[in-house]
Design a protein around this ligand. Structure first.
Ligand code: 5GP
Length: 120
């Protein structure tokens, strides 16, 4: 696994060095609009801790961090009024998933019928 790069773009957003359109923040997570939205609602939720990916997060984060983070994901979706009629969330991990930013993040998509599972 590659080491965490403290200069990745989401680390800079967390430190307030570059701006974001914040939609939610608590002690465990920050959520903001994706810069290149793939759906009417496309929000990224990132943990406050320095974790490269889903693999790193689920292996090395504390239970409090994991619980707090996933609680925040659900809270964000509810606050965006997505619990009904629904939304999709996903995390890209590694090369086969085309992960681009190496600070763990979850995408939340919604605002329209998203169709079936994504295929290419
Ligand atoms: P990944 O492929 O790593 O799961 O997705 C990275 C996501 O981060 C992409 O959807 C991309 O549009 C988004 N992104 C990349 N740079 C920035 C940025 O500077 N600001 C915001 N808000 N989103 C970004």
């Amino acid at each position: 696994m590659t080491a965490y790069d403290p200069n990745n773009i989401f680390a800079k957003i967390l430190r307030g060095e570059i701006p974001c359109k914040k939609v939610y923040e608590d002690e465990f997570a920050l959520a903001f609009d994706d810069i290149n939205p793939q759906a009417p609602v496309h929000v990224l939720v990132i943990p406050k801790g320095a974790y490269v990916s889903m693999d790193d997060f689920t292996k090395n984060a504390t239970m409090d961090e994991i619980g707090g983070f996933f609680r925040a994901v659900g809270t964000v979706a509810r606050r965006l009024n997505l619990a009904q009629p629904g939304y999709r969330f996903l995390a890209n991990h590694g090369a086969h998933a085309h992960q681009e930013v190496f600070h763990f993040h979850v995408h939340i998509f919604g605002g329209r019928d998203l169709g079936g599972m994504i295929r290419r």
